[in-house]
Write a protein that binds this ligand. Sequence first.
Ligand code: GDP
Length: 480
Amino acid sequence: MFESLSAKFQGAFASLRSKGRLKSGDIAEISNEIRSALLDSDVALSVVDFFIGELKARTDLVLEDLNKSTNPANAVFEIVNSLLIEILGGSARRIRLAKNPPTVILLTGLQGAGKTSLAGKLAKYLKDQGNTPLLVASDLQRPNAVTQLQVVGESVGVPVFAPEPGNGVGDPITVAKNGLAFAKDKLHNIVIVDTAGRLGVDAQLMKEAKSIRDVVNPDEVLYVVDAMVGQDAVNTAKAFLDGVGFDAIVLTKLDGDARGGAALSITQVTGKPIMFAATGEKVTDFDLFYPDRMASRILGLGDIATLAEQAKGAFDSDTASKLESKFASGEDFTLDDFLAQLEAMKKMGSMTKLLGMLPGANSGAMKKQLEQFDEGELVKTQSIVQSMTPLERNDPKVLNGSRRSRIAKGSGRQVSDVNSLVERFSQAQKVMKQMRSGKGGMQLPPGMALPAGMPKAPAAKVINKKKSRSGNPAKRALES
Ligand code: GDP
């Protein structure tokens, strides 16, 4: 995600950190580097100007104080971090449920932006929180949009109101109106209306979206935008804002090689928050958008908060507490525990994506390792462990040559694969011990140990967030 932008930010700070005491020329230099990084990433010029203007103002004001802090470069880093969070919208914004259900959510945006996919993701997300959503198929234009919505609705167990076949047949406004009546009748507490897009903004599209809006009176109009489109997306968003109006934005396709232009410009330009982010084609590739986590990723600090949440969701509470108490009591981590972790990791989805949330994941060496990461490795590793007896899993030291060859046969692997797993496992055990004794560099989320076979992450460059409160008011303001 935003790899090139992230690499440029990290590069700029690496050279600033090497300087020690900062002069105003150093600030000008990093401002220029950040400016060209933002422009290269297709961030709107007005946003770049705002960002650089604020950066200069905030650093100039406190340059003296920056130099009094033990690490002036980190103080600048904190300012850049807070500016990034600011242009990304500040804090996460959640769906506002209507006082009198159903809450009506209207999806708008261009064709191909990901509205229909998002309808399914959103329906699942809301259903998992105990709601009873209904999907309404008002995209009667795009070929197969109705069928696509029906398929995705079925896959997430959410009913779809689709009285018309679509493909140009049927009136989307009537469908939206009847869908709402149906939801009220059947006591659905949320209605998600999928609408048609066009390849570009046109008067007909705006008119249709507006008519649907007027007939369903939505509580939330979400504008869905493909993050890969870059700054152009921002111009279209403005046209939608003026023509139809919307309350919040959903960024899709953040898993692709989007440069970051849309994400970093859209809130500042439209004044509307980004509410959700989609990061893939699966219904689970979706989450609330957290400006602070995104800023953290861009600055190379990873997204440990999301990683921890996903880990927590994947481990059932029994497994997690068993592993945690084992870890705390100093008991050895066994291959059985490892197997439980592999199962949980499979539930967490793509390993490359997960590891991409680690600090430094966008940096050269780690990035290369991630690119070479074989997603099938988990299954292979799992089959080896599953071919071991309980005794062997508990005490891998008993694994002599004949046992290893039996395991290799049983799992359809080579003896060298078994050897390598055992070797990596004992390394992982060592890492666990180091972490327990506080000598390890990186803290992983609870219940999650560094699995054997995973690429090793470079030690995290952690910014010390708990700085002392300074007696100097300007510096204190900076700290807070
Ligand atoms: P719509 O015309 O706005 O309804 O767009 P669709 O929901 O049909 O999405 C267009 C294409 O983008 C489909 O092939 C989707 O599978 C794909 N897509 C949607 N969201 C994402 C995403 O977050 N990541 C990726 N990689 N593909 C996505």
